[in-house]
Write a protein that binds this ligand. Sequence first.
Ligand code: HEC
Ligand code: HEC
Length: 428
Amino acid sequence: MALLLPTIFPTNLIKQVCRLLLASTLAYCSATAADSPLTESQPTSTAATIALSSNCPPSFMLSDNNQCQLRNLYQLYNSLGDHGIGGLKTALPAHRDGFSPQQIDLGRLLFFDPLLSADKSVSCASCHNPGQGFSDGLGRSIGIFGQRGTRSAPSLWNSAFIKDFFWDARAQTLEQQALSPLFSPQEMGNNPSQLLSSLQAVAAYPKLFKQAFPDSSDLSLDQIATALAAFQSSLISLNSRYDQYAHGYAEALNQQEIEGLNIFRSFVARCSQCHMPPLFTNQQIAVIGTPEPEGMPRDIGAEKTFGSVKLKGGFKVPSLRNIAETAPYMHSGRFETLREVAAFYSGGRGHAVPEGEDLLLHWHISEPNLTAYELDRLVDFMGTLSDSSLLPRTPKSVPSGLHILSEQKISEKIISNKSISENNHDKS
Ligand code: HEC
Ligand code: HEC
């Protein structure tokens, strides 16, 4: 069927034909139907016809006042206290929701639009690629003009539950966070007036902002931040095999994974003391003594944020959800695999801290002396935390009409960047 339809066939017409022809049985039709909520099937020049979705993403319910409210099984459970650290049926921390479907959808378009960067080459998705757990596969991200930063891009899954943002916890809301990459010279390099004028210059954007923010007159930075926050708080990943097990489906994990869970929450390994289920972070800062990549100076991390030398080398405990997708690991990507990370924790308290350097290690960093078998089981268990079933749709096109990096392009970029960094490394 797909081959018989000429490529210039108008999409709307195809949709009507598909509706008549029992859409789901035809490959072409289901692919086209997936365009549904919005803009992407429309040519970007016909701004007048673009409409943002009026539906909430899956797992959100639309309230009478047009707000998307999150629903999940963890809302049935009581607080942590009743079940102990590492217990299964424990509640999630407080979350952000209540954005309108239109704000979430506008945020999605902005997230993928390279127009937001100074040279129109980098979008949020360049470093937070949905196909790579909303990270970029790099130890240290690359911004405009190929500049390499000093830290790795965290996953954005479940951002709705995160209390402090960045590895050093220096931003307290998603809105505050969003403006930082936009105006950082190393990341997107833009400035407020250029950002606003480039959005205003694309006919579709003022109309789309009006749909998302019907009560305000002018397109503003606050609206950009709100829309990006709305989109990011819709990235929910709570249906991994671990979750199914936690909710009572015992067969969701195999024997080795269950052994891994038990090691993870044991007081020998102590992983769950910091990576506390069900979010797999206690949202605190901990100094654990992660080594920097060779040749890089110590990143003081949270010492700077809080002006406290006790927090030198301290970082936010990251959530481990979808962790199998976001290698390399730690704030600057020092470890390539989860097995290396697990072995790091078993290597002895402070073993990777260079001699003469003073770090105040967290008391849960101990000497668990795990066996090779136990380290393998920890890796098995972390693999059960993957779930991308609610992956949002990558727009086919964005209002600026600029090219969106395809997933293939992104992986090519990663390979070429890796070889650049290896060459640089050889020189240093
Ligand atoms: C050049 C790559 C790059 C681009 C582009 C980029 N980010 Fe990031 N992002 C990072 C890195 C690296 C960090 C961690 C920085 C740090 O901790 O100091 C980060 C951190 C974040 C965090 C904090 C996550 C957490 O849990 O702490 C959020 C949220 C985020 N970015 C959203 C965005 C949004 C929204 C955009 C687009 C406006 C964007 N990023 C563009 C690389 C990038
Ligand atoms: C004292 C608190 C603490 C304990 C205990 C702990 N972690 Fe961590 N974990 C952290 C912090 C903080 C980081 C980030 C450190 C950095 O980037 O330098 C981290 C990072 C990680 C990462 C990499 C995450 C990413 O996004 O790159 C993995 C995987 C991980 N821990 C697994 C474990 C396992 C498995 C255990 C048990 C053996 C464990 N952790 C015990 C605090 C802890």
